[in-house]
Design a protein around this ligand. Structure first.
Ligand code: RP5
Length: 163
């Protein structure tokens, strides 16, 4: 099936974080593609990617970047598809730089910004699935099942001492 979600990141070094988005989409059976697209090192590729995304059938883009994290915002500037931004935890400033770079978009060009690191990557995938679930019943059902399993797993282990 053709990808519905594009998972892009500024560097291969972001994969350790962004793989959690890809794995979550995989678990939900959401067709997706994964690619390194750098706002700074490959700006022309970024423009091409964002400009052609909707015509290629993508419905949501998840963009992860760290430091001067311009990828999500610049992607959003070139497409009207929903763009979900994942701040990657940077070595120098722990990802606060990434978070502020992604979240402080000017009015008019929104990026749905998630938490720093793994939680943000997982939640970006879940949010992408929720958006797709409006139109794609199978994805909505997979998301409902995911949430049910999560609730049951927590209820099954109320005592934290029992590993
Ligand atoms: C950003 O710079 C990337 O998103 C990455 O988080 C950060 C560092 O990139 P590398 O120097 O590790 O390639 O553009």
């Amino acid at each position: 099936m053709k990808p519905l979600v594009g998972v892009i990141m500024g560097s291969v070094s972001d994969w350790e974080t962004m793989r959690h988005a890809a794995e979550t989409l995989e678990a939900l059976g959401v067709p997706h593609e994964v690619e390194v697209v750098s706002a700074h090192r490959t700006p022309d590729k970024l423009f091409r990617y964002a400009e052609t995304a909707a015509a290629r059938g993508l419905e949501v883009i998840i963009a992860g970047a760290g430091g001067a994290a311009h990828l999500p915002g610049m992607t959003a500037a070139k497409t009207v598809l929903p763009v979900l931004g994942v701040p990657v935890q940077s070595r120098t400033l722990n990802g606060l730089d990434s978070l502020l770079s992604i979240v402080q978009m000017p009015a008019g060009i929104p990026v749905g910004t998630l938490a720093i690191g793994r939680a943000g990557a997982v939640n970006a995938a879940l949010l992408a699935a929720a958006i797709l679930g409006i139109r794609h019943a199978a994805i909505r059902e997979a998301l409902e099942a995911y949430r049910r399993r999560q609730t049951e797993a927590v209820l099954a282990r109320p005592d934290p001492r029992e590993g």
